[in-house]
Write a protein that binds this ligand. Structure first.
Ligand code: ADP
Ligand code: ZN
Ligand code: ZN
Length: 733
């Protein structure tokens, strides 16, 4: 009797979402979690063993045996296998997509291999006997022996390129040289800067550490910029390591600077492994296996590092927890917090969410006792936050200034440059070109029933509300002031740089945005060059907002802070508050005083007053009231079904079917299920796939409605159409 392996096959772009049975060959050590090679139809493919059973529901005669196991160890650890099963249920994903989160692409299909380095040693005694017998014209042999006598050991390939492969191989064959094979780590941590020294924690910091390490729950660490959160993380991790456990530290991709990683490697050395997209495939492969083997005990990385193959996790930290990069917005869609909570519960360890501007939802959970709230309201160095000056761009416009720079911004820029210091100018690209705005009074059309700004849909040349589906005609005259100066979007980085070049001929101006950061490391290069050039100006998008410490930045200008307000999203003001706070934090980091100039067409908007006062709690109070009266998260769950297909008709038909069935569900759950709308997605087509969406909102503490929605999704299956589920999505494009 053969044992049966239940296998999930790794077939890309397929709808094969079921378990297949295979025979386990005799004498194989195939167990749960192994990556295996399989016959599949006429092909040979990879798969993952998720269960071992005594018997199959299929007749044994039909079963084929597994060809072989692909790695020495099992790539999927038990905790991560059960995690992927949980994610499959929670987000209605295919299991293979979950497993692909756990086994990185560098490991699948043997795309990358371990780098093995051969090290050559000399057997001195043998060499002494050998040398007299060597012919005098065998220059390479003599040279290699002479060289190796001096150095003792050397890298095989270096040695062979010096003295030829043939000579070195002969010396190895003759026993003069010995060889050992070593696995090499391609990630060279020594190139990181290691400047951090251990500080003595303040009482506030110590208190934070003690709360965290003494209680395995979710802690929200709300600390202003410069309050010393990083030191709290370091100390908490050190405690966890002392107890023999491991740690996961997540930061937004953009903040994973050499400076940031250097702080951790300086403190913990080689047990730190880094996982991020800036690494080469080989580096990523090596770092992953260092975690998998237990050699590395701290995983630092962006979102995907939550799947780090660590065991016995003692702490999980999500820094800048409000950052939108923690929500995966392409398949498989997941929220990093949910995954982290699952792992924290499994390991019975604390989960720390850190931020100067926590998400409204998380602060609410902290205020209401679901999370433990830790406040660090003061900067370690006692310095005040840089003053924020709000500039009314409407009045600039009325007085004839049609440039993107207010007069006061130009004055300050000029004096900063004259002083030999630096300035950063921030341009908000989010929501760019997606709304209409009156350039004279700042009016932006919004939905009559939702109070959310409308998105401009170029294809249909109309305005739409992403929450209720209402459509409106494009305006060409402002209903508020009568002006015909209605324009789309704002200015771009490129344009700003050109204008600055005219204003300050000869001055070094750097630009950082999606266009200038396409290649690996390019954004570190730009930041490095900026850091070394004084005076200078850095113009950039969201990318310049965080993580970088430039002591000579004396001025931060926010050119168009309103753009994120118009983002058609109930989180628009929250995002604006977070962004302004974060960008402002770039000014006056060290010993110089900094200024922040915030340009807006809405100078009286409450969000700016509260930003300027650095009053997060005041902002939270206002926002949470709004959420409660309008029934948005955390008082409800938003669920979007995104229906996509290469065929417009099929996508539309399936979306329609879903809608009909969901309407029944809505009737059934009455007041708990209070919103449902089906529409073409704001971006109606991406990569030749047509997109429709069903947006619903409900209060659903026990996931009953969600599970019913999933049943509905399963019941209207069409092979040519994919349906993706998103819970509380960050955008509805
Ligand atoms: P945050 O992450 O909250 O913005 P950091 O942890 O980066 O703050 O700390 C800000 C600065 O203060 C850093 O330069 C850090 O080295 C320093 N710092 C933090 N804690 C202490 C302390 N206890 N004593 C002295 N300096 C500290
Ligand atoms: Zn609406
Ligand atoms: Zn107007």
């Amino acid at each position: 009797m053969h044992m049966i392996a239940k296998v999930i096959v790794d077939v890309s772009n397929s709808e094969v979402d079921k378990v297949f049975d295979y025979l386990i060959p005799d004498d194989s050590n195939i167990t749960v979690g192994a990556r295996v090679l399989l016959p599949f139809g006429a092909r040979t493919i990879e798969g993952y063993v998720i269960e071992i059973a005594d018997s199959s529901t299929m007749p044994n005669a039909k079963l084929k045996p597994i060809i072989k196991k692909l790695d020495e160890t099992n790539v999927i650890k038990p905790e991560l296998l059960s995690l992927s099963l949980v994610l499959k249920e929670k987000y209605h994903l295919r299991l293979i997509d979950c497993l692909r989160l756990i086994v990185p692409s560098q490991i699948r299909s043997n795309k990358v291999k371990a780098k093995i380095e051969k090290k050559v040693f000399i057997n001195v005694e043998k060499a002494n006997e050998y040398l007299p017998a060597v012919r005098s014209n065998a220059k390479n042999i003599i040279g290699a022996i002479t060289y190796m006598r001096e150095v003792g050991s050397a890298n095989y390939s270096a040695l062979a390129s010096k003295f030829s492969n043939a000579s070195i191989n002969k010396l190895i064959d003759d026993g003069v040289f010995g060889v050992v094979k070593n696995k090499v780590n391609r990630f060279d941590a020594s190139k990181l800067n290691r400047s951090a020294q251990k500080v003595k924690l303040t009482e506030t910091q110590n208190n934070a550490v003690n709360q965290i390490i003494s209680s395995p729950k979710v802690h929200l660490l709300h600390g202003v910029t410069g309050s010393g959160k990083t030191e709290v993380y370091l100390e908490a991790i050190e405690n966890v390591l002392k107890a023999g456990k491991t740690a996961i530290m997540l930061v937004p991709e953009i903040s994973l600077t050499p400076q940031m990683i250097g702080i951790f490697t300086a403190r913990f050395g080689s047990i730190v492994a880094v996982l991020h997209s800036g690494l080469s495939d080989g580096e990523r492969y090596d770092e992953w296996f260092r975690l998998h083997s237990g050699e590395a005990k701290i995983a630092i990385g962006a979102r995907s590092a939550i799947f780090a193959p660590l065991e016995n996790v003692g702490i999980i930290i999500i820094d800048e927890e409000h950052d939108s990069s923690y929500i995966a917005d392409s398949n498989p869609r997941y929220n990093t917090f949910d995954v982290a909570l699952e792992r924290a519960n499994f390991n019975k360890c604390p989960l720390v969410l850190g931020s100067a501007t926590p998400s409204i939802e998380d602060y609410y959970y902290a205020k209401t006792g679901k999370f433990n709230l830790i406040e660090m309201p003061n900067r370690v160095n006692g310095k005040p936050m840089p003053p924020i000056e709000i500039v009314d761009m409407c009045s600039e416009f009325r007085s004839g200034n049609i440039t993107p720079f207010s007069k006061i911004l130009v004055n300050k820029l000029s004096s900063v440059i004259a002083d030999g210091k630096q300035a950063m100018l921030f341009i908000n690209r989010r929501g760019f070109s997606s709304f209409l705005m009156c350039r004279d009074c700042g009016y932006v059309p919004s939905c009559t029933s939702c109070d959310i700004s409308l998105s401009y849909h170029k294809v249909d040349n109309e305005l739409k509300c992403h929450y209720c589906g209402k459509r409106f005609k494009v305006i060409n005259k402002c209903p508020k002031c009568g002006s015909k100066n209605i324009k789309l979007g704002g200015v771009g980085t490129e344009q700003v740089v050109e204008l600055l070049r005219d204003l300050y001929p000869g001055l070094k101006i750097f630009r950082m945005d999606n266009d200038t950061t396409q290649t690996k490391d390019s954004h570190f290069q730009i930041l490095k060059a900026f850091g070394e050039t004084k005076p200078s100006i850095l113009v950039g998008t969201q990318m310049i907002a965080k993580g970088h410490d430039f002591p000579s930045v004396a001025l931060v200008g926010i050119l168009d802070s309103d753009l994120s307000l118009y983002f058609s999203d109930f989180r628009a003001t929250e995002k604006t508050f977070q962004l302004v706070t974060q960008v402002s934090g770039r000014a006056g980091r060290a010993n110089i005083n900094g200024d922040v100039i915030l340009q807006t067409y809405y100078p009286k908007h409450y969000v700016y007053k509260l930003c300027a006062a650095y009053n997060y709690v005041g902002f939270y109070d206002k926002e949470i009231n709004l959420r409660e009266t309008t029934n948005f998260p955390p008082f409800s769950t938003i669920l979007r079904l995104l229906v996509t297909s290469g065929s417009d008709d099929k996508a539309k038909a399936l979306a329609h079917n879903l809608f009909i069935k969901l309407k029944d569900l809505k009737t059934k759950y009455k007041e708990k299920f209070y919103f449902l709308e089906a529409m073409k997605s704001p971006v109606g087509k991406i990569k030749n796939k047509y997109r429709y969406q069903l947006v619903m909102r409900f209060t659903d503490a026990d996931n009953k409605i969600i599970n019913h929605v999933y049943n509905v999704v399963d019941s209207v299956h069409d092979k040519a159409v994919s349906t993706f589920v998103e819970i509380n999505p960050l955008s509805l494009t």
